[in-house]
Write a protein that binds this ligand. Structure first.
Ligand SMILES: NC(=O)c1ccc[n+]([C@@H]2O[C@H](COP(=O)([O-])OP(=O)(O)OC[C@H]3O[C@@H](n4cnc5c(N)ncnc54)[C@H](OP(=O)(O)O)[C@@H]3O)[C@@H](O)[C@H]2O)c1
Length: 292
């Protein structure tokens, strides 16, 4: 990802200095016009704008702690995926060394950087965002969410939650039809338009959740949304039911609390209140399946 971002800034004509822990990985960038720094300190002191694209929160500290004194007066843009709390910690740490901090969540894979569809979500110093815009905009659409540095990773991880849960659901479906000899590729051709069509439901669910109107008309009830048959079908086929059982557990908690007639969107309340847990899904599948 760091190479893709640096390549975009070089291509846009911005003087760019690059550094990587393992030497020799910047040859293509150097060939394109970047300067390779001999050390982290050399890299940090080369520009007023320092962009961290490492692995995780720990790697940012491992790399920058020894040269923190050189950050004063500079802007640090952290594009490493971190939790909101980790971003807030990095912002406070950078501030304590006189640096201005901007956090970024990259909503793209490396091949998309600088092209259509790439977006980077930012939060932290507005002044840093405005000042760095000429560079930031070489990577994709730049959107600033607020002064709280934790906001960009919050949006980033919330969007990834939807993505990974959807992919896991798809993989579960692949395993199910696979027991009938259907290839994953065949299933994907059917699943893709189905999932795209289902995204039209998101706005309606969002409206219900924003108004907390789970008993309003026209909603699919939690009782109706019972996934026990889905869990049972998976177990009967000798598959792990983990993916669908997780959803059923969230449904069960609302039904157990007496909300079975309410709409499916009420599942969000199970997520908002993780205190109460249930082992019901397991008990139920044992009873219903009768196999264990
Ligand atoms: N790839 C994506 O599609 C994507 C999308 C959105 C966000 N991101 C985020 O972008 C960041 C980089 O991802 P990536 O895909 O480029 O990962 P990657 O290919 O695994 O590269 C990791 C980079 O971090 C360096 N690194 C790892 N640990 C380090 C340490 N302790 N100290 C110094 N450098 C260290 C590696 O250096 P070496 O070459 O020496 O190993 C390498 O340059 C991650 O936070 C990731 O979550 C990636």
């Amino acid at each position: 990802m760091g190479s893709a971002l640096a390549a975009a800034t070089v291509a846009a004509g911005h003087p760019t200095t690059v550094w990587n822990r393992t030497p020799g990985r910047a040859d293509a960038l150097v060939g394109a016009g970047a300067r390779e720094a001999a050390s982290v300190r050399d890299a940090v002191t080369a520009s007023p704008l320092v962009v961290a694209v490492l692995l995780d929160h720990a790697s940012v500290h491992q790399t920058l702690d020894p040269v923190a004194d050189a950050l004063g007066g500079r802007t640090l843009v952290n594009l490493v995926t971190t939790t909101p709390e980790e971003s807030r910690e990095l912002a406070a740490w950078a501030g304590s060394h006189g640096a201005t901090y901007l956090d970024g969540g990259i909503m793209a894979v490396p091949g998309m950087i600088g092209g259509p569809g790439a977006e980077v979500l930012y939060s932290g110093s507005r002044a840093a965002f405005d000042g760095a815009r000429p560079v930031l905009d070489t990577w994709g659409e730049s959107t600033w969410f607020g002064e709280d540095p934790g906001l960009a990773p919050l949006y980033d991880l919330a969007l990834l939650a939807g993505m990974y849960a959807m992919f896991a659901g798809f993989f579960h479906g692949v395993a199910m039809v696979g027991t009938a000899g259907v290839s994953a590729s065949d299933f994907a051709r059917r699943a893709a338009p189905w999932l795209v069509a289902m995204t039209s439901e998101l706005a309606g669910y969002a409206d219900v959740i924003d108004r907390r109107d789970y008993a309003g008309p026209g909603q699919q009830s939690l009782d109706f949304s019972d996934l026990t048959h889905l869990v049972r079908a998976s177990e009967e086929a000798g598959l792990s039911a983990d993916v669908v059982a997780a959803v059923q557990a969230l449904i069960d908690r609302q039904v157990d609390a007496g909300h079975g007639a309410d709409g499916f969107a009420r599942v969000v309340e199970s997520i908002r209140d993780p205190a109460r847990t249930t082992a019901r899904i397991h008990d139920r599948s044992v009873t219903a399946g009768g196999a264990r």
